[in-house]
Design a protein around this ligand. Structure first.
Ligand code: ZN
Length: 410
């Protein structure tokens, strides 16, 4: 009696009875168990008690957390019940999530590691493939979202698109500007996807939205105007600054090509190396990058002008709102006459989008915050490479950025 309780504790089994323990052919520890009486004959999906159907496919094994250095498994019957709502379904077991080959504790630990460590660490430590980690994240995240409603109390959200490489090419993500959390994500980037988010939010909560920020995409603006009567549409500072960075990069490439064609190899090489100095926020520049910039200032006035235009546009998000309007209009006037084609074009875009840009400033949308969450989502997107579906990527993103990650099993 005492022995079986020790094994139940070691294998993390609750509401279950240990029947036997042995060492398998490969040296693995196998703990044979059955659910306690009141946990039996429950539908694996809704856990409702249901009449038995058959014995299913007989005995099954669930991988459990290692015991010391040995692989460990829980073994048990997997009979089927006939649920009123879900039809013939494999019974629920207290130690594992539905249709998983792993115990709950194993999955919680794998999900925690996926959020907190490197890809290699999680796969090697848990001795599973990275793809399997993706499937685990999906199960853990969908259970967490059943328990916690992350859409509660939203007032100011950002809707954005992220490109990725697993399956479909784009995700639409929704971020809470007040908490900096990711609150919703789905494959696709079109009107229908935005409508799916507004459906999930529901009519009442749509009315409570005060601000929706996005890039200039009409597929966001349309449904938001129709369904969120109290929401003001803003342009994400991040995208505006990104437009200026793109324009600057165009000038850099132009200048670089000219130098190369004129046979000025040293100048061309210097320009190539200056890329990061031009992109980076000045407050983060290294001493070398600063000296690169001052070289450009003295040798290449066009490129330096482009750099100043980019920086000046970034500044409108850092001054008080009252000063920002004058600064933005001053910027437009300057950019229109700067004789740098990409910036002249950008001046036109900014003029068209002036209302949305100023709305973001008046609502105090901080670019630093929007940029930070964007960077985090992009990092996770890159890590998720190798997952079999965008759903696994979304699950990992929700676990990491919606605060849904389970604690380590204890
Ligand atoms: Zn059911």
């Amino acid at each position: 009696m005492r022995g079986t309780r020790v094994w139940a504790r070691l294998a993390g089994l609750q509401r279950a009875v240990v029947e036997d323990v042995w060492i398998g052919d490969e040296g693995e520890v196998v703990v044979s168990a059955r659910p306690v009486w009141r946990e039996r004959d429950r539908c694996g999906i809704c856990r409702r008690r249901s009449p038995g159907f058959d014995l299913g496919e007989g005995r099954r094994r669930w991988r459990a957390l290692d015991l010391g250095t040995a692989l460990a498994f829980v073994e048990g019957d997997a009979p089927r019940v006939s649920c009123r709502r879900h039809g013939v379904v494999v019974c629920a077991v207290p130690w594992a999530r539905h249709s998983s080959r792993f115990t709950r504790a194993f999955e919680d630990q794998a999900a925690w590691l996926a959020v907190n460590t490197s890809k290699t660490a999680v796969a090697q430590l848990m001795r599973i493939a990275w793809r399997t980690v993706g499937a685990i994240c999906e199960r853990v995240a969908s259970e967490a979202q059943r328990d916690v409603d992350v859409l509660v109390g939203l007032r100011r959200v950002g809707i954005d698109e992220i490109s990725h490489r697993t399956g479909q090419r784009y995700l639409t993500v929704v971020v809470d500007h007040d908490t900096g959390r990711l609150v919703w994500a789905s494959a696709g980037r079109d009107r229908k996807t935005v409508e799916a988010f507004l459906d999930a939010l529901g009519q009442e909560r749509c009315k409570q939205l005060e601000l929706v920020s996005a890039d200039m995409a009409a597929w966001v603006a349309g449904p938001v105007r129709e369904r969120c009567p109290n929401a003001e549409l803003c342009l994400d500072p991040f995208h505006i600054v990104a437009l200026a960075t793109d324009a600057l990069d165009e000038i850099r490439r132009e200048v670089w090509n000219e130098a190369r064609q004129a046979g000025q190899t040293a100048v061309a090489k210097g320009l190539k190396g200056a890329r990061f100095a031009l992109w980076k926020n000045p407050e983060h520049l290294t001493a070398r990058q600063r000296s690169k910039l001052s070289d450009i200032q003295s040798t290449n006035r066009r490129l330096y002008r482009a750099y100043l235009l980019k920086e000046q546009l970034r500044q409108i998000y850092r001054v008080p709102p009252s000063a920002a309007i004058a600064m933005l209009d001053g910027w437009i006037t300057w950019a229109r006459r700067c004789r740098l084609t990409p910036f002249v074009k950008l001046a036109r875009t900014i003029t068209d989008q002036r209302a949305g840009i100023l709305a973001a400033i008046q609502h105090g949308l901080s670019n630093a915050r929007v940029e930070a969450i964007n960077t985090q989502i992009r990092l996770i997107t890159r890590r998720a490479f190798g997952f079999h579906s965008p759903d696994a990527l979304i699950a990992l993103a929700m676990l990491s950025l919606a605060d849904l990650c389970p604690p380590l099993p204890h």
